[in-house]
Design a protein around this ligand. Structure first.
Ligand code: PLP
Length: 423
């Protein structure tokens, strides 16, 4: 009998015993092709020798030192590397242990920034429906996944949720993608004004919507217009790239493709590629300056900030991505993957939409293509797909959820960057 508090309490998953490259093996001797990198985590696949060697070397030298006493060479080198390749104007990196911690830290950084610059009345976040920002209470508050939020809603901080950029379902027939993006930005503008412009801390969004949305790629101009609205009201823009960042969409940051620079950006999953739990917040200079000139202290922290072994793993992952030209590979092979998915699945009567960028693809499933009617929740399509795929030796990442009373199912594919076209 298992003593691990698993996600599902009425079933126990197979026992993973080893992994190499694109494959994970279980105790029953079954082999699984990892087409989703877990949940878009394993960017370099499994057992990469460079990452493992870097972790070994770090453990031998310095396994841990608490950041209230020390920094480490490895954390400093990782931060230098992340700033070297960061969106314009980023000056510092806050190193945490995962995505939820990164989002939580970014929310608190944004709030403290306004306290430091004399605008403590700013207390409200605006975010989007069909979003996922993590499971800790702050991240859950800005997240727009109703199913995850519902039991905890009474204890979450206030946040307003607006429409995501979801052209398949929400772009009107009489508008171009650009007009649709501007309409959404105008809705943000109106929501900020309705809330009281000087009471809003930040707009929080995944640059490419992931787990809850089935890879929602923004329409051209949407984020530029959003940035302008935020600037007009002095509201910060927090982009959550925990899932879509670190090369997943073919550029290190998905925001590069939107030609937009956030005030804070969160990264995790692909940062450590699953070799270690690590996440980070990159902050614009004005935010760091406000704190260093003000209280001189970020009122937040965790025991495993800047963990040296996690930093060593992340640094090695970064080095491999750049050395092996993996961003270029993801761009080229990602186009091929999209084309292959369209050929293989585009004509399927239950495939409503296929969308994505790089090695980040979503397949939206519908009961009826013409009306885009989703499957009934009771059918548990996502659970069936996951189970059947695993039985056939494939790991993909299906999601089924109800948002504003509308149920939707999709399957997320996020293969490791090392995947060959044959894989
Ligand atoms: N933000 C986004 C966009 C995510 O996709 C996730 C996880 O799926 C998180 C935050 C939370 O990250 P973690 O599960 O590492 O806490």
């Amino acid at each position: 009998m298992t003593r691990v508090f698993h996600r599902h309490l009425r079933s126990t998953p197979p026992v993973a015993v080893s992994a190499a490259g694109m494959r994970i093996y279980d105790a029953a001797g079954r082999s699984y092709l990892d087409a989703s990198g877990g949940a878009a985590v394993s960017s370099l696949g499994h057992g990469h020798p460079d990452v493992i060697a870097a972790m070994h070397a770090q453990i031998d030298r310095l396994p841990y030192a608490h950041t209230s006493f020390f920094t480490s060479e490895t954390a400093e080198r990782l931060a230098d590397e992340l700033i070297r390749t960061a969106p314009e104007g980023m000056s510092h990196v806050y190193l945490v242990s995962g995505g939820s911690e990164a989002v939580e830290s970014a929310l608190k950084m944004a709030r403290q920034y306004f306290v430091e610059i004399g605008q403590p009345q700013r207390t409200h976040f605006i975010a989007r429906r069909q979003s996922y920002h993590g499971n800790t209470l702050g991240a859950l508050a800005v997240g727009g996944n109703e199913w995850r939020r519902a039991p905890f809603a009474p204890i979450l901080v206030a946040a307003t949720h607006l429409a995501p950029c979801y052209p398949y379902r929400e772009q009107r027939a009489d508008e171009t993608p650009e007009q649709y993006g501007l309409r959404l930005a105008a809705e943000l503008d109106a929501a900020i004004v309705a809330q009281g412009a000087d009471s809003v801390i930040a707009f929080v969004a995944e640059t490419v919507g992931g787990a809850t949305a089935g890879v929602l790629t923004p329409v051209p101009g949407y984020f530029k217009a959003v940035r302008e609205v935020c600037d007009k009201h002095g509201v910060l823009l927090i982009l959550d790239e925990v899932m879509c960042g670190m090369g997943r969409t073919g550029t290190l940051y998905a925001s590069e493709q939107e030609d937009v620079v956030p005030d804070l950006v969160t990264i995790a999953k692909g940062l450590g590629g699953g070799y270690q739990p690590i996440g980070a917040v990159l902050a614009q200079r004005k935010i760091v300056d406000a704190m260093s000139k003000g209280s001189g202290f970020f009122q937040h922290g965790h025991t495993y900030l800047g963990h040296p072994v996690a930093c060593a793993a992340a640094l090695a992952v970064q080095n491999v991505i750049h050395r092996d030209g993996l961003l270029e590979k993801v761009r080229a092979d990602g186009r091929a993957l999209g084309a292959m998915l369209r050929v293989a699945l585009g004509g399927h009567p239950n495939v409503g939409d296929i969308r994505g960028r790089g090695f980040f693809w979503g397949i939206e499933l519908v009961a009826d293509r013409a009306s885009k009617r989703p499957f009934a929740p009771a059918l548990k399509v996502n659970a069936t797909i996951k189970k059947d795929a695993m039985a056939r030796g494939l790991l993909c990442y299906p999601f089924g959820g109800t948002v504003d009373g509308v149920h939707g199912d999709h399957v997320l594919l996020a293969p490791p960057f090392i995947a060959s076209r044959e894989d």
